[in-house]
Design a protein around this ligand. Structure first.
Ligand code: PRX
Length: 649
């Protein structure tokens, strides 16, 4: 188990130790887990290659550490509470013993299908318990899971399946999300057809969970067999033991957007991810046995991986998993769930807080939230108004709010308040966790050194030393990993974020400095959306930027040049075309990437060398048009005026 820091002084001591003797520090933390074989070397690293290896030679299994270990010592403790989409349906509960049994049986299903250690298994499912079981079943077998968020389109799913070379897909018949019932198996079938046509379908077997009693025959593809979860659940006799994996064996791939090209498969490995997610969960949230931790993120995102599944279960906590959305059937749903399950620790995204704030205090005050002790925020900068409302109305001014900064690539929280221990400052994520060594760089890559006396500084956020759950590679393309994260500033891991550090050393994250936008806490590459728009036959070129959005954090603004201009007066045709363009993006990527605003333009502000000056487009999108700044580098500055005239907003 992990020893919790006891006070601010302990934090300072442990932090210093983690910097002066990282190997000793992390060996101490790692010894709280079950290792089948101890490690030979704690850390080897080289950011140039990049290559980072933690606990080399050690063998362990995350499923064993998350379930079997607890099932043996306190098997009757509740591990999982599942709250269905519909409020009038009963929640379901599993003790650690029962959850282990369910996961072992799921591993039996995968085993019978032929899943081997190292095989990639793609999961495309709603927030049902079977998703969590399958994630852990993969870990038990040493198979590499690749969870794809259920809101992604068939095209996005197909690309992720092909890139990972997944021979197995586990999906559900449908996805219940609030009042909607969305197709799930049908999307998988469409993805498989796309892959069959492109002759790169690696999928051999598909398992479909949650099929109706009157079963229609399952799809059939030339090379892909489709099977029914229920049938397999009842027929499997195998009960696989955990397979002992090397610390550096891959654990999972999770696709995330960057500033260029298609999403990349961030690769996390076994030992370091286990140690860091459990450590960061324990230190930041500081749960005690009996506490109920609810992370509202979907398992399709890194937050769900690290703080719904792995971190809390490794620590033996009780987790809540919710199938639905915060506003169904009404905007008090989140709070009613907190009341019903006596949630003590609540972890959500600023977008959800802002969306619920709109309904005022009444839906919160109509329920008893006295069980709450700690509130967390993740995924995007939290504005002061939302922070204060969260603290005052939801937390009754008694619960610390921890704003946690991290990324898919970091695997776990790197900067954030330790609940109840750290000083809180709205909009500041705070201090780094022990073992985390952030720096601020200037654009030329020089570290901004703390001044004496310290003053506030602003720069590019980078890390100068590895922590155990740093990404190991991008699947199938190590060069891309180097170019994206390690080449921009040699010797550092570059986060892509800008940040400010105050005189006390607390960090405030400003936001992305690259062409990545954060919409409702979901990360999207502007290039991805442009590529989707450009597929429409009428489109010649497009440019997408983010703009401040009161609920989503950032909205998507698309500027589009058409092949042939529409007649000025024809508003109806323009509206229809914009709807078509939107649908193209939804079809290619998914509804999360639907543009909020589309403006048809005659040209884009470009330099003489043809580079789009996005700075101007961002200003116009945000309505910040009083001072456009220096436009002399533009090939045709008059284009800005015409864009300004047609601005949407
Ligand atoms: O810009 C930062 C923002 O989200 C990015 C990472 O996105 P993703 O990999 O999808 O992971 C999100 C969940 C960990 C970061 O580069 N971000 C994340 N947390 C915060 C944040 N921005 C400000 N404050 C945060 N607490």
């Amino acid at each position: 188990m992990i020893n919790l820091l006891i006070d601010g002084e302990d934090y300072r001591l442990q932090y210093r130790r983690s910097v002066e003797d990282p190997e000793g520090f992390w060996a101490g933390v790692a010894s709280g887990f079950h290792w089948h074989r101890p490690w030979d070397k704690v850390l080897e690293w080289n950011f140039e290659k990049p290559q980072v290896r933690w606990f080399e030679g050690g063998q362990t299994n995350l499923c064993y550490n998350a379930l079997d270990r607890h099932a043996l010592s306190h098997g009757d403790r509740i591990a999982l509470i599942w709250e269905p989409n519909e409020e009038n349906e009963e929640a379901r509960r599993w003790t650690y013993w029962e959850l282990k049994e369910a996961v072992v049986r799921t591993a039996g299903i995968l085993n019978d299908l032929g899943v081997q250690a190292g095989d990639r298994v793609c999961l495309y499912m709603p927030m049902v318990p079977e998703l969590l079981w399958t994630v852990l079943a993969c870990a038990r077998l040493g198979a590499v899971h690749s969870v794809v968020f259920g809101g992604f389109s068939a095209r996005s799913l197909a690309d992720r399946i092909a890139d990972a070379g997944a021979a197995y897909v586990v999906c559900a018949e449908q996805i219940r999300r609030g009042p909607k019932v969305l197709p799930c198996r049908a999307v998988v079938e469409e993805a498989l057809s796309l892959l069959d046509n492109e002759q790169e379908n690696p999928v051999r077997k598909v398992v479909v969970q949650g099929r109706p009693h009157h079963k229609e025959p399952l799809c059939s593809f030339a090379h892909t067999e489709c099977l029914d979860w229920e049938d397999l659940w009842h027929s499997t006799l195998s009960r696989p033991e955990p397979r002992w994996m090397n610390a550096e064996d891959p654990l999972f791939i999770l696709y995330t957007s960057g500033s260029t090209g298609k999403p990349k498969g961030v690769l996390h490995s076994t030992g370091g991810y286990m140690v860091y997610t459990a450590y960061s969960f324990a230190q930041v949230f500081r749960t005690r046995p009996g506490d109920v931790f609810w992370c509202t993120a979907d398992i399709g995102w890194i937050t769900g991986h690290s703080y719904l599944v792995y971190g809390p279960l490794l620590q033996g906590a009780t987790v809540v998993m919710f199938e639905g959305i915060p506003t169904h059937p009404d905007p008090s749903r989140f709070w009613k769930i907190c009341q019903r399950h006596r949630v003590t620790h609540f972890y959500t995204a600023p977008t959800a807080i802002r969306a619920l704030m709109v309904y005022g205090d009444a839906p919160v005050q109509s329920v008893d939230l006295s069980s709450l002790q700690v509130l967390g925020s993740v995924g995007e900068p939290i504005n002061e108004e939302a922070w204060l409302w969260y603290h005052r109305v939801v937390g009754g001014e008694r619960c610390p709010v921890t704003d946690t900064w991290w990324q898919t690539e970091t695997g776990g929280i790197l900067i954030g308040a330790l609940a109840g221990l750290s000083a809180l400052k709205p909009t500041f994520a705070g201090l780094p966790l022990p073992g985390v060594q952030p720096v601020l760089l200037d654009p030329s890559g020089r570290e901004l050194v703390s001044t004496d006396p310290p003053t506030e500084q602003e720069g590019l956020l980078a890390m100068r030393f590895p922590w155990p759950s740093i990404l190991r590679s991008t699947w199938g393309d190590h060069e891309r990993c180097r170019n994206t994260y390690f080449s921009p500033f040699p010797g550092y891991y570059f986060t892509g974020d800008g940040a400010r550090r105050d005189a006390e050393g607390m960090y405030r994250i400003i936001g992305r400095v690259d062409d990545v936008i954060n919409v409702s806490g979901h990360r999207l590459g502007t290039a991805e959306i442009e590529n989707a728009l450009n597929l429409h036959p009428m489109v010649v070129e497009s440019a997408v930027v983010g703009y401040d959005h009161s609920i989503k954090g950032q909205g998507i603004y698309a500027y589009v040049i058409l092949r042939t201009a529409l007649k000025d007066s024809d508003q109806e045709t323009e509206d229809r075309l914009c709807r078509e363009l939107s649908e193209t993006v939804v079809r290619e990527i998914g509804a999360i990437a639907r543009p909020d605003r589309i403006q048809l333009v005659e040209g884009l502000p470009k330099t003489r060398s043809g580079k789009i000056m996005r700075r101007f487009l961002r200003k116009i999108a945000s309505g910040d048009t009083a001072q456009m700044g220096d436009t002399t580098t533009l090939l045709d500055p008059t284009i800005l005026e015409s864009i300004l005239v047609g601005r949407k907003g």
